[in-house]
Write a protein that binds this ligand. Structure first.
Ligand code: GDP
Ligand code: CA
Length: 314
């Protein structure tokens, strides 16, 4: 059944992909579009890799590893073992099935196709009907400035150093030259609601919304965000640690505060209900739901509840 309104969801990797999958289970393909962070992209072993884009696509296609949330299900690691044997750069784990994605993406990019064209083609081949767009067809790269003075490319910080270094600030290289796919801009312009998935605010959502062409449209839209933190903690990754290191107490209200200027609605977990009054004091409508999504059914349930809340707004 049709929902009757159009949603654009912004997503990073694992957390974003879960709710994106829930929305895809509830909406018709012409009612949903997903714009994905590409600040995490890297060149590795000569290949162009888009980790967040792949996580979202694998998840929606039902191909993702259900335990880690990233990479492919039923994966094998024979290539990586050989790279290790040859003392190649083995810190970034690429499975054999995943490797095919990167090889074919890289080949098509070299042929002159854009990342959004390649993503659309891959989605067709993987049976995904919802449009998924990279935030930019040109490279934008996230760098982490550490408190020890180092400046690390995002995947070095995240994977090689297991997000152990303390961060001082985050920088998005080439953001000014970002080229947002035309169809992504059209989807945004036509959207009734923009939804920030429960992704890392600093390194998954910020890179998307700080692109001028995207941010300027979002400023005109009704925006809802779902907290990636439950009880002040991240379910995975450095989101809570980053709040701390950037001088803020990690929590759902800190997430809402981070987005305060553009947010109309916010969803946090029942565990964080005590923060509702504070957030509503900022003029943001705030609702508590069970926002933990351990399986596909939980994703669908949460997406359905969020769509109901949005419906009540109009
Ligand atoms: P990454 O690019 O793979 O790091 O993924 P994202 O930025 O999209 O997501 C990371 C965030 O997802 C973390 O801060 C997690 O706390 C959050 N997350 C993961 N699983 C869940 C979940 O089931 N519910 C909610 N609300 N957040 C989640
Ligand atoms: Ca990511």
């Amino acid at each position: 059944m049709k929902y009757g309104k159009k949603i654009v969801a912004l997503a990073g990797g694992v957390g974003g992909a879960k709710l994106a999958d829930g929305l895809a289970q509830c909406l018709e393909p012409d009612e949903l579009a997903i714009i994905v962070n590409t600040g995490d992209d890297l060149e590795h072993l000569g290949l162009s890799i888009s980790p967040d884009l792949d996580t979202v696509c694998y998840t929606l296609a039902g191909l993702a590893n259900p335990d880690s949330g990233w990479g492919r299900d039923q994966e094998s690691w024979r290539t990586l073992e050989e790279i290790k044997k040859l003392q190649g750069p083995d810190w970034f784990a690429i499975g054999d099935l995943d490797l095919a994605t990167h090889l074919e993406r890289t080949r098509r990019l070299r042929e002159g196709q854009t990342l959004s064209e390649i993503t659309a083609h891959f989605c067709r081949r993987w049976g995904i009907h919802v449009p998924i767009f990279p935030m930019s067809d040109t490279p934008v790269r996230t760098y982490v400035h550490c408190q020890d003075g180092r400046c690390l490319a995002f995947q070095e910080y995240f994977v090689k150093y297991h997000f152990e270094p303390q961060i001082r600030s985050i920088e998005f290289e080439n953001m000014k030259n970002a080229v947002v796919p035309e169809k992504a801009l059209t989807a945004l312009k036509n959207a009734d609601f923009v939804l920030f998935c429960p992704s890392n605010p600093f390194v998954s959502i910020d890179p998307i919304i700080q692109i001028e062409a995207i941010g300027s449209i979002i400023a005109q839209k009704k925006v809802i965000a779902v907290s990636p933190l439950i009880g002040g903690e991240a379910l995975k990754g450095p989101a809570a640690k980053m709040f701390h290191e950037l001088g803020m107490k990690p929590g759902s209200s800190a997430v809402a505060d981070h987005y305060r200027a553009i947010l109309d609605l916010f969803v946090l977990d029942h565990k964080d209900e005590a923060q509702i009054a504070l957030i509503e004091g900022w003029g943001i409508i705030c609702k508590a739901l069970d926002i933990f999504m351990p399986d596909r059914l939980a994703r669908k349930r949460l997406a359905g509840q969020i769509l109901k809340i949005l419906d009540e707004q109009t």
